[in-house]
Ligand binder design. Structure first.
Ligand code: HEC
Ligand code: HEC
Length: 77
């Protein structure tokens, strides 16, 4: 009896997880443009030369300032 109750709980949790993932907003992270500047960039340390504070294209104020730029910013296809 007890076991079955827990099984049901896990099924409900599983359904909930799938549901939350399904209604999550679509990815809106801007993609890296496919231009001369970006197409050859593989080193994330160079990004901040142009996108760091005080540059022409600084990161937005609320930007999650992490190092791994390419984790979030995929290249345009
Ligand atoms: C030589 C300077 C330079 C470097 C280095 C550079 N960028 Fe850029 N980036 C720009 C400029 C200028 C623009 C805006 C013009 C354009 O769209 O190409 C831009 C635009 C972008 C955009 C799109 C912004 C939008 O409005 O959609 C993203 C995302 C981006 N860069 C990410 C990166 C990442 C990640 C790196 C490191 C791998 C990087 N950039 C390195 C100059 C640079
Ligand atoms: C945790 C995910 C994440 C990481 C890591 C990340 N970004 Fe972003 N970035 C975003 C999101 C989301 C936005 C859109 C923010 C907004 O529009 O307010 C954004 C916006 C930008 C923009 C502005 C695009 C525009 O339209 O003007 C640039 C440039 C950019 N990121 C560059 C970088 C660089 C360079 C790095 C590495 C230092 C980096 N990002 C790391 C998620 C990320």
């Amino acid at each position: 009896m007890k076991l079955k109750k827990w099984d049901l709980l896990f099924i409900i949790i599983g359904v909930l997880v799938v549901f939350v993932l399904a209604v999550a907003p679509r990815q809106t992270t801007p993609r890296i443009p496919l231009d001369e500047i970006h197409s050859n960039l593989t080193d994330e340390k160079t990004c901040k030369n142009c996108h760091g504070p005080g540059t022409d294209r600084p990161l937005p104020p609320k930007h999650p300032n992490k190092e791994r730029c390419l984790l979030c910013h995929k290249r345009k296809k």
